[in-house]
Design a protein around this ligand. Sequence first.
Ligand SMILES: Nc1nc2c(c(=O)[nH]1)N[C@H]1C(S)=C(S)[C@@H](COP(=O)(O)OP(=O)(O)OC[C@H]3O[C@@H](n4cnc5c(N)ncnc54)[C@H](O)[C@@H]3O)O[C@H]1N2
Ligand code: MOO
Length: 408
Amino acid sequence: MITVDEHRSRIQTTVSRLPATILSIHSAAGLVLAEDVTNRWPVPLFDNSAMDGYAVRRVDAAVGATLKVVADVPAGSPDDPPIGAGEAVRIMTGAPVPTDADAIVPLEHTDLGTEILATPPDSVTVTVEPKPHAHIRRSGEDAPAGAVAVSAGTVLGPWQVSAIASAGHDRVLAYRRPRVAVISTGTELVEPSQTPRRGQIPESNSVLLSAAVAEAGAEVGWTATVEDDEEALRRTLADPDVDAVVLTGGASVGAFDVVKAVLNGVVGIEFTTVAMQPGKPQGFGLLGVRAPSAERTGIPVFCLPGNPVSVAVSFEMFVRPALRKMAGHTDLDRPRVVRRAATGWRSRADRVQILPAVADAQTVRPASRGGSGSHLVSSLADASALAIVPADVVEIFEGDPVTVMVLS
Ligand SMILES: Nc1nc2c(c(=O)[nH]1)N[C@H]1C(S)=C(S)[C@@H](COP(=O)(O)OP(=O)(O)OC[C@H]3O[C@@H](n4cnc5c(N)ncnc54)[C@H](O)[C@@H]3O)O[C@H]1N2
Ligand code: MOO
C-alpha cells in the first residue's frame, strides 16, 4: 500500500503539459496563456472624450461664455475640426478630442442641459467652467503600446480575454484543454432511464466524470460503457485519440475485474493500493508505451475503482490535478481550509479518510448520515467539500479541527 501523496506525485511526475496552440479569444476562456500578450497600440488609442458635451479651448470657456458650435464629432468619427476663438465642437463619449481643444464641457454644464438634440445647436453657453483637460481620456494613460497586457501563465477569464481584445488581438497562444475519454466498465450497468432488472444498476460514473472533467477545464472527447469483457475493452482502448483516459470499475481483485485484467502488466501501467478510504485500488500509467526504455509517448490512463464515491474522491485527488497540469495550470489543487466538526464520526485506521462533506464558514459534517462508504452515492448530492482525516486518526469528536477541501 502506498500513500495518497506517493500516488499523487507519481502521477504528477508522469503527466506533462500539453503543447500550446493558437486559438480565437472567443474560445480561450478558462485556458492558460502560453506567452505574454502586448498592447499593439496605446490604451486608450487616442485622446477621447469621457463625456457627451462640447470640446472647447479653456481660455474661451468661462462661466457665461456663449460659444459658437462649429462641428459635431460622434464616436467613430475620424474628424479633427479646427476650433477658433469663441468656438466649440459638440462631442460624444469615446470620440477623438479635436487637437485644438484642451477640455470637455459636459452637457450638464451648459445652458442646454442633457436634452437630446438630433443636430448640434448653433451656440451653447457654459454654466460651469471646466478644469484643465477636464473629461479628456489621454492616449496611453491606461497602458502604453508594447506593454504586457496579460502575462504568460495567466488563467484567461472574461476580464483577461477583454484585455487581450483591447490590446488589439483576436487570437492567443494558450495551452490546450486536455481531451479525455471516459470509460465505465461493468456488466451490471444500464442507462439511467432504463428500468434495471435484478442485478443491474443505473450507470452514473461516466455522468459524474464527464461533468468533473468539464469543471476541471478539460473536455470530454468521448464516453463509453463497456461490459466486463476483455475483448470489448481492448477494442475500446485500441485507438483512443485523446490526451487522457479515465476508466472506472474492474480495478480491484474480483474475478471479472476487466480493467485490471486488460491493463495490469501492460508496459507503463501499474496497479496499486493507496492508503485512502474510499479509493483504495488504483491503476495509473501511460497507455501506448512500447518498451520500458522507450520515450514516454503514451497517454495517461487512470483506472479508478468503480464505487461512485471512490470515483468522486479519486478524481479530486488524482485526476483533476493531473488534467490541470496538462492544461498548463500551476495552481493544481482545490483550496484547503480548517473547519470544526459539527458532529463526531469514525475513520478507518491506517487509511486517510476522504469524506464527502457539508461545510459552512465554521463547521463541517459528513454528507451522509450513513457514515463513510464508497457506495453511498446519494451522499454526493448534498456534498460541497471533502473532509480529510489523517490515517492515524480513528475518531473525530464534535469540535475537532478538520482539514476540508472546498469544492464549491
Ligand atoms: N476481496 C476484495 N474485494 C474488494 C476489495 C478488496 O480489497 N478485496 N476492495 C474493495 C474496494 S475498496 C473497492 S473500491 C472495490 C473496487 O472494485 P472495482 O474497481 O473492481 O469496481 P467494481 O467492482 O467494478 O464496482 C464497484 C461498485 O461500484 C459499482 N459501479 C461500478 N461502475 C459503476 C458505474 N459506472 N456507475 C454506477 N455504479 C458503478 C458497482 O456496481 C459496484 O457496486 O472493490 C471492493 N472489493
Ligand atoms: O477503496 Mo474502496 O474505494 O473504499 O470502497
